[in-house]
Write a protein that binds this ligand. Sequence first.
Ligand code: DC
Length: 217
Amino acid sequence: MEKIITVDGLASSGKSTLSYRLSKRLRWPWFSTGVLYRGMAYVALKEKFKEKDYLPFFKSKDWRIELTPFKSLFFYKDIDISSQLYCEEIDEKASFLSASPSYRKALIPFQRDFYSAEKGLILEGRDCGTILFPSAPLKVFLTAPEKKRAERRKKERTKSLSSILKAQRQRDERDQGRYFAPLIQAQEALCLDSSSHTIDNLVQIVYEKAQEIFFKK
Ligand code: DC
């Protein structure tokens, strides 16, 4: 059985926190796939990319992703830029970029290659359980009311709650409305509302499910 757990869901629903904690408990690597779109968005803004520049850059050796224990890092020209990827400008650019079908298609095999049967993998994003690993034995779909999600993001951003809420609504629509790889819940996914649980509780629920699926005698 493939040792894969996918965690998909809406923006700021707590996917990264859950994945990080699961990664620590199971000792499986964690790939926050959003870092790919964020890293590309950073470079596109910095280098003032035009439409024609994206795919050649993607194929170049100017960037890489490294999964260290409990972090997904993006390197541009050998410099780790990961800490610069979590701001409003990148939120916005990454959201537009991730709606491009040709770009998304190019990224599919790249993301799949991070899986190793020996180590297992926790993938977190929007299409991990539907497009990247539709055969994953354990899929989680996280939701939470939009206001709760915006309040979460407010702790990490400088804008007002109302502008965060507005931008979040637009990004949700873009994620759910794109025609290739939209954010949808895989039928068999375990759907959890993160606002109805403490984080410890949430981790425990998924951890127990993982034990049942992957480690049953
Ligand atoms: O999860 P995140 O906020 O770091 O994701 C950044 C952006 O990338 C967000 O706009 C959604 C998009 N994304 C995606 O379309 N598919 C993924 N598998 C992961 C992220």
